[in-house]
Design a protein around this ligand. Sequence first.
Ligand code: XIL
Length: 379
Amino acid sequence: MDKWTRTTAGLATAAAGLLLTTASVVFVSSDASAGTPAHGDSAAVAPGAASYGRAAPSGTTLRALARKAGIRVGTAVNSDALAGEAPYAQKVADEFSSVTPENVMKWDTVEPARGTYDFTQADQLVAFAKAHGQLVRGHNLLWHNQLPSWLTSGDFSAAELRDILHQHITAEVAHFKGEIWQWDVVNEAFNDDGTLRDDLWLDKLGPGYVADAFRWAHAADPKAVLFINDYNIEGVNAKSTALYDLVKGLRAEGVPVQGVGIQGHLDVKYPAPHDIADNMARFDALGVQTAITEADVRMTLPADATDVEAQDEAYQTLLQGCLLTRHCTDFTVWGFTDKYSWVPGVFTGEGQANIFDENYRPKSAYTALGQDLRLAGGR
Ligand code: XIL
């Protein structure tokens, strides 16, 4: 959506929102995005379908502001917290218009034994999303991490491994056919120097595995938008350039790569990627969608006020990159509360990377993002 369309949609939505404020309890779906791309947030809530978010979301939630700005705002969801903690589920419902399973669509969860699938937790998240007018980012089909041991220690031939990958992608995408908005088909395929990561897939199958994965996913659900997703590709650098070249080449060959996901795992000790809009513009020119898919901004603890300011700025840099890019569809945070962040477990001594604190209180980064969305949506 371009700036003009965004503004027009924003005004239409704002008008619809004004009408809706008089109906305080029943939230009528006001899909002001008629005629705009499918990613516009309809904010529809099925009457009686859900225990959370049945009242009209406040006009200042991130999802309401994002809707006016013409994008979705999403969060990674921890399935245990969603099932077990009401305040967590309430925030997911109120603040976000798309969700990404943090772990439960990954290979080790969905196919723990060869040919045996378990979609229980992922199905629960898809049902939650449906009940709350949210779209689902499927994450992910092919990665080097969180693979089951039967796969990593199986010592399969190239032909067997290719067949296993084909079966896995087909089974998972077919299971969720029609339910997934965007799939992260290939995750973290590159090294920082722009070479392909030397993992099980490259090692056994060669670089052609990337095209195969996209073709198989497309065959199983032709309507899902298929993404390649990676980290350290926010700015223009060797890795993002290699990814750009790959996507360009694949599209020239007719491979259905339709989106580029920029993870956005940042750390306040490095400069924020101020050239993100330039980087995203070149992907935009290729005709693919883009999204910020896993934003969080970590810091060494204990943090001081300068760290917090740098965090606000880094979050804003990522969001602004999306808002300035015509076909950027969504901005997703990798978890929203410090209570369940993956950061302390992986980056020793670091934390406080999210936009709500451990008690679900919004932090200054939350306010900063809201301000940018407000600007983009014409307030
Ligand atoms: C992380 C999850 O947040 C953790 O809970 C899990 O233990 C490991 O994976 N890039 C990705 C995500 O694409 O899937 C990762 O998620 C974070 C880095």
